[in-house]
Design a protein around this ligand. Structure first.
Ligand code: SF4
Length: 96
């Protein structure tokens, strides 16, 4: 041993918690950094891929339900998801 440490593999419990739709995402083999740009960084590439993704709706629902704070999910940035949730909240109040 040379003192190098290696990352441990995720626990089986963590893998079981992964939604199946993620295996079908169009981003599976893409550079993940495109989905997690620095604030104000480019989002066009990730959004373009999301637009053509067959599990976009599942992805966006997951992000909204789990209040994902970072990255592009379902083709929307954090700010766009926050705005969508606000609009949905307003619509629910109007319907009540
Ligand atoms: S919608 Fe975008 S982020 Fe979500 S799985 Fe598809 S390509 Fe990936």
């Amino acid at each position: 041993m040379n003192g190098t440490t290696f990352a441990t593999t995720p626990s089986l419990d963590l893998l079981r918690d992964q939604p199946a739709w993620q295996d079908l995402g169009a981003c599976q083999n893409a550079d993940p950094e495109a989905w997690f740009p620095e604030q104000g960084g480019p989002t066009a590439l990730a959004k373009d891929i999301c637009r053509r993704c067959e599990v976009r709706t599942d992805c966006l629902e997951y992000a909204l339900e789990n209040r994902e704070q970072h990255g592009i999910w379902g083709g929307l940035t954090e700010r766009e998801r926050t705005n969508l949730l606000r609009r949905q909240g307003g619509a629910r109040r109007l319907a009540a």
